[in-house]
Design a protein around this ligand. Structure first.
Ligand code: GLA
Length: 383
């Protein structure tokens, strides 16, 4: 990937610049909790986005996507976002940096990535944080990594129509090889947890259903609105509830009749999920992978039945995992398609991957993709 980027850059723009990279992410547990002020437990992975970037002395950005084989040019003072969806992420990052008082010089860039698109591995956060980090470094703005993550998040909100939380951009900006990071999304306190399943006899494997939900972003925004509605109802009785994650289960029961049943179910899931993150972290500190895995199944149940962001294909993969004694399995990321994340004993790995591939293909007519992931570093300069 690096060589292809460098060759293309030379062809289009000549010499110069530096290489920057950022990463996609997994999340072991803590789904749809970030925008509710709860905990998440992600890590950056060895699927990357890499860009060569050089200032060009103008007020224009010239960007070439190797994966789409497309060029896009925009002015830094333009208000309207570019027509190409991939370019909106770069445009958004520039605009959000400027909005915060940062400097952004025009630049030329060629970039490519191997984070699968639409698989729930946050290829967009990888793109945003790579550029947020690079622009910050090149222009000497000195924003801290939280600010860089927020630049990515606001890009999603203001230029891409997704009212997302902070998890993906946080993981891409703070990712560290060999560690998962527990983030309290309300206080922004975080803690690195060394995570080495191999040492304990386990592996992590993602099974990508290759299903992409057309209306995923509007359904996502709707889930968020349900949670905010439930939190507002609880707040009337308990003013200390700033986010849904501050609420106790009992407090939710008190407003059951006042809110739509759908909102109640969404909130019920979130309140349970926030606690599960803490329980999984405790379990991992005791090297108790079996308890952590059981929690993952509970999360899947919640995401499927209460939060309703799973789909037939993902439920099928989850059921198969259970049947084959996989330690933990659940839909990962925003949902509506994408991957299951599976924590599995090493000796079961081959049988599970074979069965998942064969049985999924037989039922749905297309093969799933299998990704082995290594927990890796996030946004950085490569050379
Ligand atoms: C997407 C969003 C995140 C988070 C997850 C669900 O990945 O970008 O902010 O809400 O969904 O946990």
């Amino acid at each position: 990937m690096k060589q292809r980027i460098q060759d293309k850059f030379k062809e289009l723009f000549g010499q110069g610049g530096h290489l920057y990279a950022s990463a996609g992410r997994i999340n072991l547990i803590g789904e749809h909790t970030d925008y509710n002020g709860g905990y998440v437990f992600p890590g950056a992975i060895d699927k990357q986005l890499m860009a060569q970037i050089a200032p060009n002395g103008t007020d224009k950005v010239r960007a070439f996507s190797l994966d789409y084989n497309e060029m896009c040019e925009f002015g830094l003072n333009e208000e309207d976002k570019p027509a190409k969806a991939w370019a909106c992420y770069i445009f958004g990052v520039c605009r959000e940096t400027l909005k915060r008082g940062g400097k952004v010089e025009g630049f030329d860039t060629v970039f490519a990535g191997d984070v699968p698109l639409g698989a729930g591995l946050s290829s967009s956060a990888a793109l945003e944080s790579c550029f947020a980090y690079a622009i910050d470094t090149i222009n000497g703005n000195g924003f801290d990594r939280f600010e860089l993550a927020k630049i990515g998040q606001s890009t999603e909100h203001n230029y891409c129509g997704v009212n997302c939380g902070i998890m993906d951009q946080f993981a891409s900006c703070f990712g560290k090889a060999g560690c998962l990071i527990r983030l309290n999304c309300k206080t922004l306190e975080y803690k690195y947890f060394p995570f080495d399943p191999e040492k304990a006899g386990y592996r992590l494997v993602l099974v990508d259903s290759c299903v992409k939900h057309e209306l995923a972003s509007s359904a996502y925004n709707k889930r968020r609105a349900s949670c905010e509605n439930a939190a507002a109802a609880i707040r009337k009785n308990h003013p200390e509830v700033e986010f849904l994650s501050d609420a106790k289960r009992l407090w939710l029961e008190e407003v059951r009749e006042e809110i739509p049943e759908e909102d109640f179910l969404r909130a019920e899931y979130v309140i349970g999920e926030v606690q599960r993150v803490l329980d999984v972290c405790d379990a991992l500190e005791r090297n108790d992978y079996e308890t952590a895995g059981e929690m993952m199944y509970q999360t899947h149940f919640g995401l499927s039945r209460l939060y309703e962001v799973s789909c037939e294909e993902l439920d099928f993969l989850n059921k198969l995992a259970r049947k084959m004694d996989v330690t933990g399995s659940r839909v990962m990321g925003g949902g509506f398609g994408g991957c299951t994340i599976n924590l599995i004993k090493k000796e079961l790995y081959d049988d599970f991957v074979k069965a998942a591939t064969e049985q999924f293909t037989a039922k749905f007519g297309h093969a799933p993709k299998i990704y082995d992931v290594v927990i890796s570093d996030g946004a950085r300069m490569v050379e």
